[in-house]
Write a protein that binds this ligand. Sequence first.
Ligand code: V47
Ligand code: SF4
Length: 358
Amino acid sequence: MLETIEEKIAGELRITTDEALWLYENAPTQWLQKQADFIRQKLHSNKTFYNRNIHFEPTNKCIYSCKFCSFYRKPNATEEDGAWDYSLQDLEEKLAKYGQNDLTEIHITGGVHPDRGIDWAVELLTHIKKLRPSIHIKAFTAVEVTWMCKVSKVSLEEGLKTLQKAGLDSLPGGGAEIFDPEIRRKIAGGKAPADRWLEVHGTAHRIGVQSNATMLYGHIEKFRHRVDHMDKLRKLQDESHGFNSFIPLRYRNENNKMSGRDEVTQEEDFRNFAIARIFLDNIKHLKAYWVMLGVENAFASLDYGVDDLDGTVDDTTKIYSMAGSMDSPALTSQFLIDSITELGRLPIERDSLYQEIK
Ligand code: V47
Ligand code: SF4
């Protein structure tokens, strides 16, 4: 099997879902590393991408209660319970810390607030574009978009077009979790099912809003569920061509309803990145989100098919710090440039759609 797959990789042929499953179960890690690195090198030579961004989470109040989530609070929770609702003024203050040209992207995602529909999002997007006309707004997971359209009683396409007109430039990859219905139901309760997540992204791509895709792994899923997840993404991408990057997210186990579970090993992270690089032949970039993996692991994953490290991020990212990652995550561009260079790679600052800036 290994030789057959190796020949396919050398010939730029697609591997099957059975072959991907076989790799998860049988392939030596060193072999995976070599093959994934070969593909990355072919796609990106020795370039490693990063961007200058901040993350903003408007609220952690959420109508859902996903078992892996350490971040959400009930909609009626108070500040004392650890709930927050940032105002436009709070956002303005956060942005004011940066000069007009210091950032190229703002990434916005948060809890699914019961009362917030498309109008709320339009106000937020419009305000940001007024303050920073050229900033790229990557905002709202497919789950948030679904809920907003429901609150505002508009179709998905109408809702997305309204957001796009107000300044939405792309969608982040969150909310995908794991697509298998049974596993999804167990860990993510009643939130938008896989078909809907895929429909949101397919519709966004059709109207010219590109996006990313994530996969939450290392909880109760089996390898076959990961393959099924990536297969669904690969199929949609064949039709819609709108995914820029794939971001595997390892389940972090602090302060949530699945906290008793161990996290997977670093080797498992590397194997997962490598298999994703081999399987997803139509998604150009593979991102290691350093906030989740830790800086050292993220840099080490560059040997396993990863070409992108996300960005400078800055400190309000609580989704991960509350689940066990570092507090107040932030890196400077210089740190990213120096670290990538030390590894013998070429640091490339990119914009949110992966156009090279410098
Ligand atoms: O959908 C929540 C994940 C995601 C935990 O598109 C957890 O560029 C691990 O999607 N352990 C949101 N993961 C974050 C996200 C993202 C991040 C960075 C870049 C981009 C992009 C998207 O965070 C959720 C969920 O899968 N998550 N809790 C946890 N305990
Ligand atoms: Fe809410 Fe998102 Fe957390 Fe699920 S993962 S509880 S939808 S904030």
